[in-house]
Ligand binder design. Structure first.
Ligand code: UDP
Ligand code: MG
Length: 316
């Protein structure tokens, strides 16, 4: 198998058949074989029903991994990579915002350039609000300053890579998954190509502002321990300030005979240090929580049903 297209689907009932048709059109006459690995991420609409129809129709090789509930796109990608048997693996959304024709170009680039292992698409024009763009920019500069990995702003999950890259990604079995960081962490030589995201074929985006915010925190906590150091630095700064203030109070008392200033200062200091301590505890809590969840060693996803043409053929 030359190419596996890994496609996470959450409530994409209207899109899956369109997607498959777009793939068939794009790869018609390309001269190599390909499969589509659909992951039904606990959809509450007719996605699974429609995927089963695609599987039965056998217009092209299809695998369907259906989760027992919604585990999130990251878990979907992980499952898809596990089931992908192609020498090249492409990660594509089901909503046709990322066109299969671009995957064909990515495959060609990998064929022509053995020195590259990954071809990743980045959005050259964004069709989103200014506020969201601003927050995304802030996030990228923050994470690139704080963490060991460097994230390419605007680069998406939309990419095609060799099987060796897939194997490396699967070795990172962390429960809290942040794909952008994982791609960067595993390394390999990446070729970037621009693309413009199309409008969704149908349905709405599953990302709200707060979900994106959570995802951003996931990225920073998952790939940097700098926030932990922050509490130590803040503690030290506060200590130095306290010593300077102490000296000032003693000098005031001895030289000018002014006694310790009163109530307001003390209340403000108690509040300031109280909140500083809670803030630092909160940061530590984020890490402890993730360590706790990882230590439970729960699976990244639970497959309720798997339709696999490869194993079907074996059992026949
Ligand atoms: N998706 C998923 N599980 C989720 C949320 C999204 O598998 O919990 C899939 C979704 O079906 C789509 C892809 O991830 O194929 C990208 O989602 P979406 O289009 O909502 O994101 P956007 O394009 O707005 O970033
Ligand atoms: Mg989308």
């Amino acid at each position: 198998m030359k190419l596996s297209l890994v496609v996470p689907c959450y409530n994409e009932a209207e899109n899956v058949a369109l997607f498959q048709q777009a793939v068939i059109d794009a790869f018609d006459g390309c001269g190599y074989d390909y499969e589509i690995v659909f992951i039904n991420d606990g959809s509450r609409d007719a996605t699974l029903h429609n995927l089963k129809k695609l599987y039965a129709a056998q217009k092209c090789p299809v695998k369907v991994i259906s989760f027992s509930r919604n585990f999130g796109k990251e878990s979907g990608l992980y499952a898809g990579l596990q089931y992908a048997s192609g020498s090249y693996i492409a990660l594509v959304d089901a909503d046709l915002q990322q066109r299969p024709e671009i995957v064909r170009d990515m495959v060609r680039i990998l064929d022509e350039h053995p020195e590259y292992d990954v071809v990743a698409a980045y959005q050259d024009r964004r069709n989103e609000g200014k506020v969201l763009s601003f927050f995304k920019k802030c996030f990228y500069s923050l994470i690139n300053t704080l963490s060991d990995v460097t994230l390419q702003p605007d680069a998406s999950d939309f990419r095609t890579f060799r099987r060796s890259v897939r194997d490396s990604i699967l070795e990172l079995g962390e429960y809290h998954r942040f794909s952008k960081g994982i791609f960067s962490w595993v390394g390999y030589d990446t070729f970037f190509i621009p693309y413009t995201a199309c409008e969704r074929a149908s349905g709405t985006s599953k990302w709200s502002f707060w979900k994106l915010m959570e995802y951003a925190i996931e990225g920073i906590i998952g790939f940097s321990t700098a926030p932990l150091r922050l509490s130590a630095v803040l503690g030290m700064l506060a200590g130095v300030a306290a010593i300077i203030y102490l000296i000032w109070v003693i000098v005031e008392k001895l030289a000018f005979g002014i006694s310790v200033p009163g109530y307001a200062t003390i209340i403000v200091l108690i509040l300031a240090f109280g909140s500083l301590q809670l803030f630092c505890l909160g940061i530590i809590g984020e890490y402890v929580g993730r360590t706790f969840e990882q230590s439970k060693n729960r699976p990244i996803y639970i497959p309720k049903e798997v339709l696999n043409y490869e194993t079907d053929q074996q059992t026949e």
